[in-house]
Design a binder for this molecule. Sequence first.
Ligand code: FES
Length: 70
Amino acid sequence: MIVCLCHRVTDRDIRTAVASGVHCFDVLQDQTCVASSCGSCLDCAREVFDGEHAARCSDGAGACHRAEAG
Ligand code: FES
């Protein structure tokens, strides 16, 4: 389904981004531009992102951390 009409971002795009290592919603926005125009998709985009992140990562959904840090 299309989550962000402004930028044609789908739930699959978001899940693919998480699967490829995006662990921060800000990074997702940088890569896809989701929720960066009218903002009406923000809640839905967050829900998809958090759900996928929680399913793949046990250290907190939406947590912003960098693999290269530390
Ligand atoms: S629908 Fe996503 S920014 Fe407008």
